[in-house]
Design a protein around this ligand. Sequence first.
Ligand code: 5AD
Ligand code: SF4
Length: 477
Amino acid sequence: MEFENKVIDEAIQGTAIELTNQGGDGKKKLYLESYGCQMNFSDSEVVASILAQDGYETTRNMDEADVILLNTCSIRENAEQRVRNRLTEFKIKKENNPELVVGILGCMAERLKKNLLEEEKLVDLVAGPDAYRDLPNLIEEVGTGQKAVNVLLSRDETYADISPVRLDQGGIAAFVTIMRGCDNMCSFCVVPFTRGRERSRDPHTIVQECQDLFARGYREVTLLGQNVDSYRWNLSSKGEVKNPEEETTNFAQLMEMVALVSPELRVRFSTSHPKDMTDDVLEVMAKYENICPYIHLPVQSGNTDVLYRMNRGYSREWYLERIDAIKRIVPDCAISTDVITGFCGETEAEHEDTLSLMDIVEYDFAYMFKYSERPKTLAERRFDDDVPEEVKGRRLNEIIDKQLAHSLKSNKKQIGTIQKVLIEGPSKRSEEHLCGRTGRNSMVVFPKGTYQKAQYVMVRIDDCTSATLMGEVVSVC
Ligand code: 5AD
Ligand code: SF4
């Protein structure tokens, strides 16, 4: 279904990104493609950094590559299918160039382990999300004619000391990983199996990275984690202080430390979990103008029984209370969500509860998916994937239609207001226009004038679609 794919593509950053960081000649060349969530894109920057130290430079041209790596996603069946198709293309390439090393990284590597090497013979190298430091050795092993694999998950790897090679072309907004893994065990989700136990990164290295980014001209950081609200430095999973010499840091405190790097540095974060999102995080957001008033708070379903089957750890009422807290403490905060339709046993009435919750919250934006059963998850073991495909699709369409109406309503409310926009660069559709985001994360397009990327400007909003605001600059900040 065309529209569903579009929505999913946005959510998993669908199209493969070719990374650009070319340098001089004579170096070994790495071609890296990333699929899936922001965490994967951020990991690819760590991979590029590790391999840069081993003499590799990245290339956009896969024909000149010595090594091709795909950083992959397992979250839904269709994400994996796209990677398999891509690997089949690379297999043909390899037949013409036997020296070429093709490797798979990330969640699919972790999930399928040796299968891709041995049964399907699609790749030479498999490295899971905690094994990237081993990549130079693994590539060397392949060079000696062996198949190389490292899918060990770690309890403490955070790549804290690695300075990621920034691979985006914009150079304005960067993702900074603050924690890895996930301990939540939502019953639909493969992530705990592919990314292992939750662990937080040393806050000093995070602040240092943000300071470096700011000094290099970046004006926005997004603090990334599977569940940022459970960020804890210096506390063990049992709640004991690990190092009495050092203070403990929670997410609210970390965000404050990052906000203090500079008032000119915007701070965003993703993803929050409704069961863990505390008022102190909201209070820090309200206190600092440079922490963007935008929260991604995945609901998944608006029905308490479905949430229980999903093992989400909250009820419909709890979730709505958290929404009230956001609206109370951070007025005018934009809120987005994730919704899954057709989860195991979802009845028509339960689906209606999701629609009614959407009417109450009126999300500014949503990522919406049909449930896709994933091997080894709690849901696969406990429940039947019993909602027929066409019912999942119909419910998804109802949810998408509702969201489009809410997004349009939310954007229309912005018409006539003046918004602070960080300029990201030329608009994709017109050379005469620039684009940038508001703190609420809405994309704004406006005539380019003499304004520059990375500048903050005040834009009067004159018009909108459900996806974009249009306006004109009224002053420079
Ligand atoms: N099927 C469909 N959607 C899923 N998600 C996670 N696992 C699945 C699955 N098995 C969605 C959730 C999550 C987002 C990142 O992907 O909505 O929040
Ligand atoms: Fe996909 Fe989840 Fe892995 Fe990200 S963590 S790449 S969304 S499976």
